[in-house]
Design a protein around this ligand. Sequence first.
Ligand code: NI
Length: 135
Amino acid sequence: MKVKASRKASFNAAHRLHRSDWDEEKNKAVFGKCNNPKYHGHNYDLIVSVTGEIDQETGFVMDLKVLKDLIKEHVEQALDHKNLNIDVPEFKDLNPTAENIAVVIWNKLRPHINQSKELEVVLYETPRNFVTYTG
Ligand code: NI
């Protein structure tokens, strides 16, 4: 019997989507407002889910207090109030789209979650736009 346990979190960050090998026109056409040369912020909402068997002793799939602390240490400290393009090494040569941010978050958390559990990251860039990565 597998159960999915989830924890919500949020962080604020600035970014710019841009390819230096494309001209201005193409960058604007593809990335729209997110191509703004002076950067802009998003309020990202995050749902991290861990799926697995219920531990017979604790009744937990995973202690959500532990998951909360992992998100704080490995995601919020790395991304909150940062300029993703400039401050976060993972995005030095990678566009900080919601898709890529979700993959980066998943990679940061995966080593800290028991390998017997499945990990899922859902990242909202706006209330209506969100992406899901499960590895
Ligand atoms: Ni944007």
